[in-house]
Design a protein around this ligand. Structure first.
Ligand code: B3K
Ligand code: ZN
Length: 883
């Protein structure tokens, strides 16, 4: 396998100006004709023209209308090379044959439940035809699709439909034209038996855009929330960024078999079913929120990704980090900002931080890859979004908007780099952010230490900051990064102090906002060590640090426990109230883990219980916030912070605290469940979502007690639920405890929902993530369940991905979890390498565990890497994990 390096980037020797594709869809084989207008990229180039290709049967090549003789080109399994292309502009016509019905990789052109569909990002277009499959080759496309009219009544591609009609032999055709230049990864084709929900949106300039969501007929009623989400996204992008949709038609297609969540193909987004289809009975609040976010995300790509795209795949975060940031903001604006922020930060901590501390650590702009698909990681997406967020933190909403405007003004229609984005942001704000670009090139999560001191005499409060970026593979030494640290000072009554002036870098800076006092300031921390002194501070404050999580770092401060309890009760920054509770919970969990390891009896300190009780009883806090604030940090987060991860101890401690809290707060929890019932019809709005979140979180606590009265309560909630959010939460609550009640409930749920494959996937996931003893065998059994299908990524992610996310079972000390995954990965790899490689990643952190587990996990990785015919996808992850 060949490794590709960022430093080797070279502009393409040839440009493609127009690409006219023709597909003759057939049940057995599909014929693809590609006519390309080629022009030299560099003056007077005479180098061979190398085209990528994979699993293609070449039928013919013509250059300027003449068949090319076989000694004028070479073909290998990855390329077609035209040895001496004509000088200047020329036309090239290539005919290939492909076999979509045999394509289980779900990359290129493939079949899902009989329909044709494509997925080209990152490098899948080469499975359709020979092409310069790289994002800096941008062309205007037309696409003519021909196929049987009864089997494939709907024929879709990018852009506008400019012609359609019937053909002999029961066939028909459609001709699409996309007026915008695009890289081939944004090409899409869909053909099959689909119906659509149609609606429209009038843009800010008064253009009417037709919106269509395509799905099998029976699912049409479930597309209303997706349509609502799309219209909200279109409106939001106009209001917040002044970005208007640029065509008269926008299509979304739903397919059950899809590797990722969705894909932003120009005007023809393709989604896996879970992220479009929803009804109150069958989808949870979580599903509704995910649909809103992902519909928004793919739509927002139209500008950040499609109109301005990436020069090469190393720049992926340019479009993904930015677009994730935009979808996070969109969801925040439509829901509750703090709660969304908490959810996003939790995700970062549970997935990105651990990865960044392991063998797969890489900067948001990686330096090399074997398979690009392996780099659609938390780093590029979620850490990338944090990096974009820091620009906004530095420049404010209007400065950020100016930067975005300049970015589009400079780069519309181009394929660009992360530096171009940085330059637009800085130039628009007449600013320079020293060491900020390090965020793109250095891997590893920085740790920032903060120590504070107060001098009563001079009324000065000092914060000393130091930073350390840990070594990561290939990067032993690190430079300091630019870290924006948002700070407020809280007085002894719990109020924010006005901040008047600050001394740093040898100068005094007056803080005020047009004469108004300010209560939060952003420290620009950019050296290894720096001191910031606040002046005119009348009493010793409690600092509220890193408000809103202003930078993606690990904060290590000298705040005492009592400071943290104080912030938990008083901080005006809600995010930091939650954070104070989390820090306290982490400290508690650590000390109990140590007790557990020394076989001491575990006991919960009463201050912690009282702190949570106060939150639970609050009538002023948002209910969803309360639900988050009483939820303990996940097991992964705690294991990530241990020198040797001990899944058994962390699990035992988390279970202990949960039960103990349930026991001590039982009355309050019961009151929260009963007072948050509602007989109103399901609605997806913040108040209802928050109410259900609180009720469900409390129910889960209660059910952990496994006492007859709470089991009765959970059963009752399960039976009376009128929506999936509450029904599924009750089922999850009941299934915490092994036994007959659990088995009966799971069976009942399956019988109710067996016709709905999306609900069945949830049912798989619930069992897969369970921490009941002996769950490996149960998951093994579910592999053979008639509803399970290895070829469907969603089911694999639910069952196998879910299982790997459950530390006690996956890391079972006898190695049974590892063995299970090892076998499954090899099976999966034969079907779908992208999915297999996502699963094998669960092994990557094997060195974090004790020696016994290390040996067992390593043996599986070695078994995998020595397997015959392994895909490059799995090979790359296994190789790096073993390195
Ligand atoms: N851009 C796609 C991801 C494509 C993944 C390729 N293996 C979807 C998204 O960002 O939402
Ligand atoms: Zn994206």
């Amino acid at each position: 396998p060949k490794e590709i390096f960022l430093k080797d980037y070279k502009k393409p020797d040839y440009l493609f100006d127009t690409v006219d594709l023709e597909f003759q869809l057939g049940d057995e084989k599909t014929m693809v004709t590609s006519k390309i207008a080629v022009s030299p990229g560099n003056e007077g180039t005479s180098s061979p023209l190398a085209l990528h290709g994979c699993d293609l049967k070449l039928l013919s090549i013509k250059i300027n209308g003449t068949e090319l003789k076989s000694d004028k080109y070479t073909v290998d399994p990855r390329h077609l090379t035209i040895l001496t292309p004509p000088a200047g502009v020329f036309n090239m016509e290539i005919v290939t044959e492909i076999y979509p019905q045999l394509n289980t990789s779900l990359e290129g052109l493939y079949r899902s439940t009989g329909n044709f569909c494509t997925q080209c990002e990152a490098e899948g277009f080469r499975k359709i035809t020979y092409f310069q499959d790289r994002p800096d080759v941008m062309a205007k496309y037309t696409c003519r699709i021909e196929g049987d009219k009864t089997l494939y009544p709907v024929l879709l591609s990018n852009g506008n439909l400019i012609e359609q009609g019937d053909l002999e032999g029961g066939k028909h055709y459609a001709l699409w034209e996309d007026p915008f230049k695009k890289p081939c990864y944004l090409f899409a084709l869909v053909a099959g038996q689909l119906e659509c929900r149609e609606d429209s949106f009038v843009t800010c300039s008064g253009r009417k855009v037709t919106l269509r969501i395509w799905t099998p007929a029976q699912d049409l009623p479930k597309t209303s929330h997706a349509m609502y989400s799309l219209k909200e996204a279109m409106k939001w992008d106009e209001e917040v960024f002044g970005l208007e949709y640029d065509l008269d038609l926008f299509n979304i297609v739903v397919v059950p078999d899809f590797n990722m969540g969705a894909m932003e193909n120009k005007s023809l987004n393709v989604f896996q079913s879970r992220l479009v289809l929803a009804s109150p009975e069958a989808a949870t609040d979580g599903d509704y929120a995910a649909i809103l976010g992902v519909i928004g995300h793919e739509y927002f790509h139209n500008w950040t990704g499609n109109r301005v795209t990436c020069r090469d795949w190393f720049q992926l975060t340019l479009k993904e980090g930015l677009t994730v940031f935009r979808d996070q903001e969109f969801s925040s604006d439509l829901g509750c900002r703090t709660v969304k922020r908490i959810a996003d930060v939790s995700k970062l901590r549970s997935y990105q931080f651990p990865q960044d501390a392991g063998p797969m650590a890489h900067p948001i702009r990686p330096l090399s890859y074997i398979k690009m698909d392996n780099f659609y990681t938390g780093q590029l997406l979620f850490l990338g979004a944090e990096v974009v967020r820091m620009y906004k933190t530095m420049f404010g909403a209007s400065g950020f908007r100016k930067g975005m405007d300049l970015y589009f003004q400079r780069h519309d229609g181009q394929a660009v780099t992360c530096e171009d984005f940085y330059a637009a942001m800085c130039d628009a704000n007449n600013a320079h952010l020293p060491n900020f670009l390090q965020w793109y090139s250095q891997a590893g999560t920085p740790t920032v230490k903060v120590t504070s001191s107060y001098d009563e005499g001079s009324q000065a409060f000092s914060l000393k900051l130091s930073q350390e970026v840990p070594p990561t593979p290939g990067q032993p030494m690190k430079e300091p990064m630019f870290i924006p640290v948002a700070v407020g000072l809280v007085d002894s009554t719990g109020k924010d102090m006005p901040l008047t002036s600050i001394y740093s870098d040898g100068r005094v800076q007056t803080l005020s906002n047009d004469g108004h006092p300010i209560f939060t300031t952003v420290l620009q921390f950019k050296k290894n060590e720096e001191e910031f002194i606040f002046n005119n501070v009348p009493e010793r404050p409690v600092p509220s640090l890193l408000r809103g999580y202003s930078a993606p770092i690990r904060l290590d401060s000298d705040l005492t426990e009592s400071d943290l309890y104080f912030l938990l009760a008083n901080d005006s920054d809600e995010f930091n109230r939650w954070e104070a509770g989390q820090i306290l919970a982490r400290k508690l969990m650590f000390s109990l883990v140590a007790d557990f390891q020394q076989q001491k009896t575990l006991a919960l300190n009463t201050k912690f219980v009282d702190g949570l009780r106060a939150i639970l009883r609050s009538t002023s806090l948002d209910k969803e916030f309360i639900a988050k604030a009483i939820t303990l940090p996940g097991q992964g987060e705690i294991m990530d912070m241990m020198s040797i991860a001990d899944p058994d101890a962390v699990h035992a401690v988390r279970t202990f605290i949960k039960k103990e809290l349930a026991f001590q707060l039982k009355d309050d929890l019961l009151a929260a469940v009963t007072s948050n019932r509602s007989s109103e019809a399901y609605a997806f709005n913040h108040d209802s979502v928050a109410r259900r979140a609180l009720k469900n979180t409390c129910l889960a606590y209660l059910a952990s007690l496994n006492e007859p009265d709470v089991t009765e309560l959970a059963l009752n909630e399960y039976k009376c639920a009128t929506n999936m959010t509450e029904q599924f939460a009750a089922l999850a609550a009941l299934s915490q405890n092994p036994g007959q009640v659990r088995e009966d409930a799971l069976l009942d749920f399956y019988n109710k929902w067996q016709q709905d494959y999306l609900v069945v996937s949830k049912w798989f996931a619930l069992q897969a993530t369970s921490d009941i003893p002996g769950n490996v065998a149960n998951v093994q059994k579910l592999l053979a369940h008639p509803a399970f299908d290895m070829r469907n990524p969603n089911k694999v992610y639910s069952l196998i991905g879910g299982f790997c996310g459950s530390p006690v079972s996956f890391h079972a000390k006898d190695g049974s979890g590892y063995k299970f995954l090892g076998e499954v990965v090899l099976q999966l790899d034969k079907i779908n390498p992208q999915v297999a490689s996502r699963m094998v990643s669960a092994f990557s952190r094997w060195r974090r565990y004790d020696e016994t587990r290390q040996a067992l996990a390593k043996a599986q990785l070695e078994m995998i890497i020595s397997a015959n015919g392994l895909s490059e996808n799995v090979y790359e992850i296994a190789l790096k994990s073993l390195a």
